[in-house]
Structure formats: structure tokens, C-alpha cells
Design a binder for this molecule. Sequence first.
Ligand SMILES: [Ca+2]
Length: 90
Amino acid sequence: MATKETVLNKIQILITNKFETPEEAFAFFDVDSDGKLKKAEIVQLLKEAEISGFIRGLVGSKLIEGYDKSGDELIDWQEFKSAVDEISLT
Ligand SMILES: [Ca+2]
């Protein structure tokens, strides 16, 4: 089972390797450009971050649970940024 640290570390590697900025990563994965990442978009991000397909759905749910402060079950830019800020502190 991947720990939260492992997952966040892989997301950090993805953002660092493939994107210039977290903003660019967010825009890339916000496929429908509504300014929020829905679960399907987060799962795609996790796929790119090489999170195992067996746990991607669960990890996506956990990330939403942990970072969706507004309770709409979506990750908006502010929520994504707070996750990224947390990653860069670790
Ligand atoms: Ca979206």
C-alpha cells in the first residue's frame, strides 16, 4: 500500500519533471477547463505519476477527502496549491 508520502512524492516528481510550474500541471489535468479537478482528472494525474492502477481510484478519493476544503468533491486551484505547498515542505 502506498503511503501518503509516497503518493505526494510521485506527484512532486511528475510536476517537476513534466511541467514548468504547478499552474501548468493544474491546467494540463483540468481537461474540461472548469478550473477544478474532478476525480477522473485526478485519477489521470495519478496515472501520469505512475501510481498503480489498483489503488488509483482509492488514492484519488483520499486526495479529494484530504484537500477539498470547500466540500464540492473537486480540487480547485487553491486546494491544489495547498497540496503542492505541503509537498514542497516535505
Ligand atoms: Ca475539471
